[in-house]
Design a protein around this ligand. Structure first.
Ligand SMILES: [Zn+2]
Length: 402
């Protein structure tokens, strides 16, 4: 993953990743089936599968596939467990899975995450301990954790200091702090990037190599999957669509700029819009529930937000040309109340060649980010030999050992 894009080593790493992801998605496959599903040659698949077998990442056993004897390939589960931790603005969600991505237990805890990073970390540590207790396994079974935050994450070695988007977290290195608490390597990424990973492996992005995941929640963000990889950009802030300028003379945003998309469609703005007519509405969940029940004002607020998000999504289609736009986050629970006007904005603002890009709802709902965190942790384990051989950690996300 540290390889130069397009190099031979990079291509090989991409092929290994593709084989693992395909086996994981199907549970068990023959080598011929892997070749058919990945488009790789049987010789390449054989080579990769045996390398993964030597490394303990997959198990090979004799079996019957399609009436013929064939070696069956499955992900090795004896390698321990991974944890996913998703910090939202108002919740912490934790999941534990084996390396076949069977999610074994989950927890969600509502709290003001932005108020104090120390409190948030303590809660996350407690939730992980509870989940392991529930499963009756010791901490030693846990091999790695992935963590997501609603803020852009700069490359390894830097903290969140320069990002005033998550107050109460200045000078914090979340991967390092959580690694010390959980005593396993921790990999951190932005929540929208993790949502993209979650949908890529478990949801509407399965089988798609180029994907834009748009998260519409308290803030707005996008996770961009390019040729099967989450694109993080030079400083880790790729996909920050919430801070695209929509109105230069608009309200001042938490980032210090004016008229960002987030100031038009972020949860606080939407709730403010409806405050006078619906004083009892407190959360986006309330807004969505009322819209789904047919409330005209609530539907209008969501539809107008959808047009703004659609304008940005159309521009994203122009620039990145994804095969599919997947929409997640709290607001996506509104379904077609959100998606129909958003879809209508694509041909209105995008160039003709991408005007037909499908816009679909995320399938994993509010679990997309925590599932993506599990994928991130598992991928870290898969590439640990690569990390060990490399003098610097992978650039695409941050890795901290305890
Ligand atoms: Zn902004």
């Amino acid at each position: 993953m540290t390889h130069r894009p397009g190099s031979q080593a990079s291509l090989r790493a991409a092929n290994i990743h593709r084989v693992l992801a395909t086996v994981r998605a199907h549970g068990v496959l023959s080598q011929a089936e892997i070749a058919r599903l990945t488009g790789l040659s049987p010789a390449s698949v054989s080579n990769i599968v045996h390398q993964l077998g030597d490394r303990g990442a997959v198990e090979l056993s004799p079996g019957i596939r399609g009436g013929r004897r064939a070696q069956e390939v499955r992900i090795c589960s004896a390698d321990g467990l991974v944890a996913g931790v998703d910090f939202g603005h108002r919740h912490i969600r934790v999941a534990v899975a084996d390396l076949r991505f069977d999610v074994l237990a989950e927890r969600r805890h509502a709290c003001d995450v932005g108020a104090s990073s120390a409190t948030a970390f303590a809660v996350a540590e407690k939730l992980v301990a509870e989940v392991l207790d529930e499963l009756g396994v010791g901490r030693g079974e846990l091999k790695a954790a992935g963590v997501g935050l609603p803020a852009p994450l700069p490359p390894t070695g830097s903290s969140l200091a320069s990002w005033p988007i998550l107050p109460g977290w200045e000078d914090i290195d979340p991967a390092r702090d959580l690694a010390q608490r959980l005593e396993v390597p921790v990999v951190a990424d932005n929540d929208a990037n993790l949502g993209a990973r979650g949908e890529l492996h478990f949801g509407a992005g399965r089988g798609v190599a180029n994907l834009a995941y748009v998260k519409a929640a308290t803030g707005l963000g996008a996770g961009l999957v390019v040729d099967g990889y989450v694109y993080r950009g030079f400083a880790g802030s790729a996909g920050e669509i919430g801070h695209l300028t929509i109105d230069e003379t608009g309200p001042v945003c938490s980032c210090g700029n004016r008229g960002c998309l987030e100031t038009l469609v972020g949860a606080p703005y939407l709730l403010e819009l409806i405050r006078r007519s619906h004083p009892d509405l407190r959360t986006v969940e309330d807004l969505v529930a009322r819209a789904l029940a047919g409330d005209g004002g609530c539907r209008r607020v969501i539809a107008d937000a959808a047009r703004h998000i659609g304008f940005v999504a159309a521009n994203l289609c122009n620039v990145v040309n994804p095969e599919r736009v997947v929409v997640g986050g709290d607001l996506a629970a509104a379904g077609d109340v959100l998606l129909d006007p958003l879809r209508a904005s694509i041909p209105r603002y995008a160039v003709l060649s991408v005007a037909g890009t499908p816009v679909v709802a995320a399938e994993t709902g509010e679990r997309a980010e925590v599932l993506g965190a599990l994928v991130l942790a598992a991928e870290h384990l898969e590439h640990r030999h690569e990390h060990a051989a490399s003098p610097t950690p992978a650039r695409h996300h941050r890795v901290q050992s305890p």
